[in-house]
Design a binder for this molecule. Structure first.
Ligand code: GDP
Ligand code: GDP
Length: 436
């Protein structure tokens, strides 16, 4: 599903990140978050009255070596390029400033809906001052207080009112995947090599309003794939093109549209922080994941090279222990033919449904093998388990007392599920609920 994208713009200190966190906070968090991923976020999923969307805080995208006013301009340009709806945040405390007017000038040129929020309206008296903001020319200003949560519901109502009526699900007959990774790991080379080996049906379809470059091809086994090419999305000549946060943002929107993510690493350079950040996002989003170690030809190998690299992956991507790893070379084409069948398998595992009866047999065996934990004389009782969703497979475990469910026992249950069924490449979600 291509979810609408909402971008927040505004000069520094008006409260963009406060508003961002406020809206992000509406989301019910699910267990099993990868550590460190949600820190310093500029991109999140959000939901309001049944509308799902992605939210960007452009204020978090820093463009190196640019003066203040140029930073704001670039951030506004990003909002115009990326978003379906723009939220322009101002502050009632300083009233309309020159910087606000500057941003307004840029936004006038966007043929995108703009919702004007006046933040820091913490009390009734301040409400009267929001009418000055009509002068910015974006219609009725919405008074909010990000800190106190006042008016945020009205703001969200105004945002979703601009969403296109046909939030159409994407065609699901093809498996959608993308290659994600740092610059220079070899994504473009892999894209070209994969396409070179398979029959391309349609190339460069402008699929969405965000001009994603999709290529559809048929593999040797006759399966149809849709490859989402982030490299092809480069908007050449933009100053923000090289901002690290911007490339992460791009990767994230491709991840959202994909069923399976190939996390591409560079064998020569090893594993870096940014690799972990992107993989963590794919994991959080519940996507199928394959780790592809590229440039395997370029590494000076000895007897331990393979096990050393596998060990490094285990250490740095501990939470991705379900992801298969392929050592490939775009240059020599080594093992590239294994990529499409593996994507297909991971996609099937993402969609796998286990019957409740079978599931509960596995649960009974698990409890027999490893008794449930207890705390202050009270033992965890697990009544039953049921699968409620796919992509990723999601299970609800009904218990007497959710607090008694230790992380380690949850981990144990997940491992039992993985032993009983083939969930290679897909994260699993376990939700613990008190039985009513
Ligand atoms: P950004 O630079 O636009 O992302 O702004 P921040 O979200 O970092 O907020 C800047 C400052 O304004 C912080 O000190 C916030 O606590 C404060 N702030 C944000 N929202 C409100 C609000 O609704 N009321 C008040 N009084 N202060 C706020
Ligand atoms: P991207 O930025 O991730 O799209 O990376 P590119 O596909 O542009 O590749 C970056 C550089 O790595 C180029 O010079 C490629 O020729 C080189 N490269 C890509 N794949 C391989 C590989 O498998 N082996 C070797 N030796 N070089 C590669």
């Amino acid at each position: 599903m291509a979810k609408p994208v909402v971008a927040i713009v505004g000069r520094p200190n008006v409260g963009k990140s406060t508003v961002f966190n406020r809206i992000a906070g509406q989301r019910v968090s699910i267990v099993d978050d990868a550590p460190g991923v949600t820190r310093d976020r500029i991109y999140t999923h959000a939901e309001w009255v049944g509308h799902q969307f992605n939210l960007i805080d452009t204020g978090g995208i820093e463009i190196d070596d640019q003066p203040f006013i140029e930073q704001i301009r670039e951030q506004a340009e990003i909002a115009i390029d990326e978003a379906d709806v723009i939220v322009f945040v101002t502050s009632v405390r300083e009233s309309v400033t020159d910087a606000d007017e500057n941003i307004a000038q840029i936004l006038y040129r966007a043929k995108k809906p703009v919702v004007l929020a006046v933040n820091k309206v913490d009390n009734q008296e301040l409400r009267q001052d929001i009418y000055d903001f009509y002068a910015l020319g974006f219609g009725e200003p919405i008074g909010i207080s990000g800190v106190h949560g006042i008016g945020v519901g009205d703001l969200l109502d105004a945002i979703v009112a601009h969403f296109p009526a046909d939030e159409q699900p994407e065609d699901d007959s093809r498996i959608r995947f993308s290659l994600i990774g740092r610059p220079n790991v070899g994504k473009s080379s892999l894209v070209n090599a994969i396409l070179g080996e398979n029959r391309v049906i349609v190339s460069s379809v402008a699929g969405t309003t965000r001009d994603a470059v999709d290529t559809q091809f048929v593999s040797a086994t006759g399966t149809e794939f849709n490859m989402i090419d982030t490299a092809g999305l480069r908007k050449r000549g933009r100053a923000y093109e090289n901002a690290e946060k911007y490339s992460v943002l791009r990767a994230m929107s491709a991840i959202d549209r994909s069923n399976v993510i190939l996390v591409v690493l560079n064998a020569e350079e090893g594993i870096r922080e940014q690799d972990k950040h992107i993989a963590g996002y794919a994991h959080d989003a519940g996507k199928g994941i394959i780790i592809v170690v590229n440039k395997w030809d370029a590494l000076k190998k000895n007897n331990h090279s393979l096990s050393d690299f596998k060990g490094a992956i285990k250490t740095h991507f501990a939470y991705l222990d379900y992801a298969p790893v392929l050592f490939v070379s775009a240059k020599t084409q080594q093992r590239l033919a294994q990529i499409p069948p593996l994507i297909e398998q991971v996609s099937a595992n993402q969609n796998y449904r286990v019957k409740s009866s079978v599931l509960n047999n596995v649960l009974l065996d698990a409890i027999a093998a490893n008794p449930t934990p207890s705390s202050s004389g009270k033992r965890l009782r697990i009544y039953y388990m049921t699968q409620v969703a796919v992509k990723p497979p999601t299970f609800i475990v009904f218990v007497n007392e959710p607090d008694l469910m230790h992380f380690s026992y949850q981990r144990f249950l997940e491992n039992q599920l993985r032993q009983a069924f083939d969930f290679t490449g897909t994260p699993l979600r376990l939700i613990v609920r008190r039985r009513k």
